[in-house]
Structure formats: C-alpha cells, structure tokens
Ligand binder design. Structure first.
Ligand SMILES: [Zn+2]
Length: 136
C-alpha cells in the first residue's frame, strides 16, 4: 500500500459505510482496509457511528406513534367505509322494495288496493271495536 492510496481510500470510508461507493471502489477499499490497521480502526468507528445514527433515526417512540396514527386513521376510514356500506345496503334494500312494490302494484293493483284497504280498515278503531264485540 502507499500513502496516497491510504489517504484517498480513507476519504472514502464514510461513503463506504453509507453505501455510496461503486462495487469497484468497495472492493478496492476492502482490500486496503484488510491490510491497513489504521483504516480498519477508522472504518469500525465510522460503522459504530453509522449504526448509532441509524438506531437514533429509528427511535421506537416516533415509530410507534406513527404506527398508532396510521392505525387510528385506518380505523376511522374503516368505520366510515362500513357506515357508507351499510347506507348503500339500506338504499339498495329500499330500492329493491320500491321496485318490488311497483311491480306488484302494477300486476296486482286491484288485489293490492283491496289488501291495503282491508288492512287499513281492519285497523280502524271502529272495525276493531266491532270485531271486539263480535268476538265470542
Ligand atoms: Zn489506510
């Protein structure tokens, strides 16, 4: 190894740790570090700092907070979706009932009118009273 290589490669140590070197540069640096205790020590220090920075960047509290916010947002969205879905279902049922009623109404109009009329008159207080007096 020569001093120029050492200085040049030493400059690349942090880039190496950050994964910013090309494959060729990495190979060259590894070969140099293998035979250079100074660079090997510096690389170890840089890797220690790098992992400490990474660990700091991935602090658990903010990550948990972010996760809980996402979970809350998902729950909100989920319940809103369920509410909307139940409204859609109710509307669909009403629409189907309306269509069925129109269909039945057109097809059995006289019967339906009789049925509804009989039902309504059957529930009037007068007939209810008559029915009550007629009952054994
Ligand atoms: Zn070196």
């Amino acid at each position: 190894m020569n001093a120029m290589d050492h200085d040049r490669l030493k400059e690349n140590l942090s880039a190496f740790v950050d994964g910013e070197l090309s494959a060729d540069e990495r190979r060259e640096l590894k070969a140099h570090v293998a035979g250079c205790p100074g660079c090997a020590r510096e690389l170890q220090e840089l890797q220690g700092v790098s992992s400490a920075v990474r660990a700091h960047g991935e602090e658990h509290a903010p990550a948990a907070l972010g996760a809980s916010i996402l979970r809350e947002a998902g729950r909100e969205r989920g319940s809103a979706d369920r509410y909307r879905a139940s409204l859609v279902r109710a509307a669909a049922v009403l629409a189907a009932a309306a269509v069925l009623l129109v269909f039945l109404g057109n097809r059995f109009k006289p019967k339906l009118v009789d049925l509804v009329g009989g039902f309504v008159s059957g529930w009037s207080p007068a007939t209810a009273a008559v029915g009550a007096t007629k009952a054994p």
